[in-house]
Design a protein around this ligand. Structure first.
Ligand code: GCW
Length: 660
């Protein structure tokens, strides 16, 4: 097993039936993306079947044909696969579709499913399927848990074999855009938009272009000052606007076809339009106008909040800030601006409600941001398969439009009839041999892409595909790893945060239990536990956050009786003696779930250990070590949380288990 190939292992499979399609390929189109598709098919044929694929003179002579056909309504990224009489045909409206269709055929053989009779027609669910890398120009990665960056090192941009391998992996699951640098743009990273790194970026873009992936950068809103020597970055100052126009002209001359920018402004110390008393629409639009002549886009993040809160102030609520900041300017953004909204109103906790901006915003392009870097979900040392969480978010009903009101409807363009929408994930990769540190964390990278391209897939289907492509088709391996993946997010939630409370982590590193870590801090991430109960009152008597939702969600969250229990403490302050629907008291629920979560981890450890000999040794040991840590660490979580609440409530565990 070559770990850098991740799920593109292309391990030997003896299957004469499938092999017979991989002899002669016909592809009249000579576009670079089509060429990548042919190369990929040839590589798979050779590695899987020992078969050297040859070019065919025409379609009749071919066993597999890649054909462009505008009549089939497949858009620029859809494809159709048809098998007839021992021949495969992949049809698409544009080369990217041929590439995705080719990867689909390859996945099918990796999963040992028959190509005979195979018919598939797919159009991507989300128009934008992006990865956001938080890589710094010194090579470090903010919230990176898989080594250092493969895009940057010591103030340099890296372009090498790994860039191509990365592009193959990303494209194989349907990713079509990547932001390579951190949204916190500082130091030399500000210069990524001028000529300093022009040549390296040109080379990088060429490789990404080969795989139908657009290159994006994060930019520094204060660049007119830091690079241009101006004394202001006021978006409404004509000189500032002129500076941006000039910069973008230069950049697009160097990098024609460049995608655009991702911007974090007025957040956690980053500069932004607020400094000049301008709105975020004014801030985004000055950039949008500058990139418009070149077809560029501005992806503007809604992660804007005041991180200087006072605990005595029970009305100010960080959860409310995204909505408060962006709802008043709905409809004020240019057409080439997309607002990027984190899935929850806080920050990638193991459980949060869906951001009320989804459903709230009606006149602005939107994109969902999730995080596959497991910042708050075990940092790629714990197993935490996040696709089930993303499915829940996508299936959430906002009630903004009858019949087309889920987050999925919004980000796929169904609700507001647009193609300026999609889904982005904060990436979980680094220069570790296996890309993601934890071998099982690669399922999140794979899964995110697959889900973004095809939101009809279930989390189970995606897990099974990933296991087959990575570890093969042994049924025991399949079943056990699938089980581990699917139990992992619920288990993590059980032994960490109860019922939507979040944040009980060590500050800054965001790893390991620390119930009061943020409680006495200024970030506004309180749990408000005392000797009687716990939870944040976000009803109208409290912060008023629940009212940001459309009905019937607002009322459902407002009342303790109708609030979904998994979010109870997010919305309400609840006494420890309160009886949940299960009949258990809240305190007993806290104890029970924490014991259960640890038992789940023990089960995962057993499942993995029983696969010894069936998984390549290096991967087996690597995962085993991390699981041993997870086992120890889940106990630490259980014990700290249970003891904390025991001491606060002085109510003993009904089952008399050890609580320190
Ligand atoms: O979750 C927080 C992280 C920061 C991050 C920020 C953001 C890139 O702790 O590290 O900064 O979110 O999303 O901008």
């Amino acid at each position: 097993m070559s770990f850098e190939n991740a799920w593109l292992q292309y391990s030997k499979i003896c299957n004469e039936e499938n092999k017979k399609y991989f002899f002669r390929v016909y592809a009249p189109d000579k576009n670079r993306v089509t060429t990548s598709a042919i190369q990929e098919l040839a590589c798979a044929a050779l590695k899987i079947f020992d078969c050297r694929m040859q070019p065919a003179a025409d379609q009749d002579a071919a066993t597999i044909s890649l054909v462009l056909d505008q009549e089939r309504n497949l858009g620029t990224e859809g494809y159709e696969i048809t098998e007839a009489d021992g021949k495969l045909q992949i049809t698409a409206g544009a080369p990217a579709g041929l590439l995705y269709g080719s990867f689909s055929c390859i996945r099918r053989i990796q999963c040992e499913k028959p190509l005979k009779g195979f018919q598939e027609r797919k159009l991507p669910s989300a128009p934008f399927r992006m990865l956001n890398h938080w890589d710094n120009i010194d090579g470090s990665i903010e919230r990176g848990y898989s080594g250092t960056s493969f895009f940057f090192q010591d103030q340099k941009v890296l372009v090498d074999d790994r860039t191509r391998m990365y592009a193959r992996l990303a494209a194989s699951v349907g990713i079509n855009a990547v932001v390579i640098n951190n949204v916190n743009v500082k130091g030399n990273a500000t210069k990524l938009i001028d000529g300093t790194y022009g040549e390296e970026l040109r080379l990088m873009k060429e490789i990404l272009d080969d795989y139908g992936i657009s290159l994006y950068l994060s930019l520094n809103f204060a660049a007119p000052m830091e690079l241009g020597g101006m004394d202001s970055a006021d978006p409404c100052d004509p000189e500032v606007a002129g500076w941006w126009k000039e910069k973008m002209k230069e950049l697009y001359t160097r990098l024609p076809g460049f995608g655009g920018f991702l911007v974090k402004a007025d957040s956690e110390g980053r500069p932004g339009p607020f400094t000049y008393r301008r709105t975020h629409a004014e801030g985004a639009n000055v950039l949008a106008d500058a990139v418009k002549p070149y077809g560029g886009r501005i992806i503007w993040r809604c992660f804007v909040y005041n991180c200087q809160q006072d605990w005595r102030d029970k009305k100010t609520d960080r959860a409310k800030s995204g909505y408060d900041n962006f709802m008043p300017i709905d409809g004020k953004f240019r057409e080439n601006v997309i607002l990027q909204i984190k899935n929850g109103p806080m920050d990638f906790q193991v459980r949060e409600p869906v951001s009320p901006l989804f459903g709230g915003l009606k006149k602005t392009n939107q994109m969902l941001e999730v995080q596959i870097a497991q910042e708050y979900t075990g940092q790629q040392r714990h197993v935490c398969y996040l696709i089930p969480m993303f499915k829940e978010v996508l299936n959430f009903h906002t009630y903004c439009k009858e019949g087309a009101d889920t987050v999925q409807d919004i980000v796929t363009g169904k609700t507001f009839k647009t193609t300026n929408c999609g889904i982005a994930a904060v990436a979980n990769t680094g220069d570790d041999e296996n890309w993601t540190g934890h071998d099982l964390a690669a399922a999140n990278f794979f899964g995110f892409g697959r889900l973004a391209y095809d939101m009809d897939l279930t989390a189970e289907e995606i897990a099974r595909e990933w296991i087959s492509c990575t570890f093969g088709n042994d049924s025991e391996v399949q079943e056990k790893i699938e089980k581990m993946l699917l139990m992992s997010w619920p288990a993590y939630e059980k032994y960490t945060s109860p019922l939507g409370i979040g944040w009980m982590v060590n500050p800054n590193v965001h790893y390991g239990p620390n119930v009061d870590g943020y409680e006495y801090d200024r970030w506004g991430t309180y749990h408000r536990a005392d000797h009687l109960g716990i939870g944040v009152d976000r009803t109208k008597d409290g912060t008023g956050y629940a009212a940001q939702y459309l009905e019937p969600n607002a009322s459902a969250y407002e009342s303790v009786e109708t609030c979904p229990e998994e979010l109870l403490l997010f919305f309400h302050y609840i006494p420890y003696t309160y009886r949940l629907k299960s009949g258990k008291t809240l305190i007993q629920h806290i104890y029970d779930t924490h014991f259960e979560g640890v038992e789940n981890v023990d089960e995962m450890v057993k499942l993995w250990n029983s696969l010894e000999g069936k998984i390549p040794e290096k991967a087996f040991t690597r995962v085993q070590k991390r699981l041993a840590h997870q086992k120890m660490h889940s106990r630490e979580w259980r014990d700290q949380i249970n003891t904390y609440f025991y001491r606060k409530s002085m109510i003993a565990d009904e089952q008399g288990r050890t609580i320190y």
